[in-house]
Design a protein around this ligand. Structure first.
Ligand code: AMP
Length: 289
């Protein structure tokens, strides 16, 4: 079906400069609401392919001067084709709105799962970390650094496969706001200190996420932004005395949360780490009991 959607897209690209329009879709239930608009379940009429249609109001974009950023990020996401990266199939617009045709992630946000269960079992956490590592290795190969991975940006498909979403104009933009009025939790020290940074910022974030999946809160959480900032730059890491987290898991976290970016465990080595080998599902899917 995925291929069918792409073929219809290609056909349209060849035959008409206009590509998609709203009439190509039957619109279903709302899936959620973001800062710039809403996301709906939708079905492409010709292929019957189910997608998520994200509707963004141009006025909002203009207000925050994000039109160029949106275009750049859509072009990036459109070139990415990996089973752990949410597909952006295409986009179109009318006078007031921009529509993004996105892969539908049936099980929604990983964040909600984490909130529901408090923390995740090691097998589930390791499966997600391995999927994320593979997705990031693919992105890095294509010279894309995500820089803004956090549980809210991670969606799950109908098989429980993790998908990195929001590559990440909306997230970059909302996250800037979140950063100003909320969390710095996922940012690497070189980013909070506003220094030059490279691909290794994503490796740091993997360490933060691994900790959060297993304990239910990020490692440098603090009362306020200044204290989080201080904890990140000091790498003030300590493990709560919870018996359910293994020594191997902690070892992986310690090897990722390293201040010196070049000393962080490289992505291929994460996939070879004993905790990942022992716990991650090779198919990258996880079904809750
Ligand atoms: P966003 O504007 O990206 O923050 O999305 C708003 C809400 O819509 C989120 O709470 C997501 O759960 C939901 N959502 C966004 N994209 C998708 C998608 N591709 N598949 C399923 N749900 C989505």
């Amino acid at each position: 079906m995925d291929t069918q959607m792409q073929e219809t897209h290609r056909e349209k690209e060849e035959n008409s400069p206009k590509l998609w329009c709203l009439e190509d879709f039957e619109i279903g239930k709302p899936l959620g609401k973001g800062k710039f608009g809403r996301v709906y379940l939708a079905r492409e009429k010709k292929s019957k392919y189910i997608v998520a249609l994200k509707v963004i109001f141009k006025e909002q974009l203009e207000k925050y001067r994000l039109q160029h950023q949106l275009r750049r990020e859509m072009e990036i996401q459109n070139t990415l084709d990996h089973s752990n990266v949410l597909r952006l199939f295409g986009w179109f617009h009318d006078a007031d709105r921009i529509f993004l045709i996105l892969e539908y992630a049936h099980r929604g946000e990983l964040y909600k799962l984490l909130k529901k269960y408090g923390h995740l079992p090691e097998k589930q956490a390791a499966t997600y970390i391995a999927s994320l590592t593979e997705a990031l290795a693919y992105c890095h190969q294509k010279h894309v650094i995500h820089r803004d991975i956090k549980p809210e940006n991670l969606l799950l498909d109908f098989e429980g496969r993790l998908k990195i979403a929001d590559f990440g104009w909306s997230v970059q933009s909302t996250s800037k706001r979140r950063t100003m009025c909320g969390t710095l939790d996922y940012l690497a020290p070189e980013m909070v200190e506003n220094k030059a940074h490279d691909y290794a910022v994503d490796n740091w974030t993997l360490g933060v996420l691994c900790f959060e999946f297993l304990y239910g809160f990020p490692p440098f959480e603090a009362e306020n932004q200044t204290d989080t900032f201080k904890r990140i730059i000091k790498v003030d890491l300590s493990f709560p005395p919870t018996p359910h987290v293994s020594v191997e898991a902690k070892n992986l976290i310690v090897r990722l949360l390293v201040k010196e970016s070049s000393k962080r465990l490289p992505l291929p080595k994460i996939l070879e780490h004993p905790w990942i080998i022992k716990n991650a599902d090779p198919k990258g899917t996880f079904n809750e009991q």
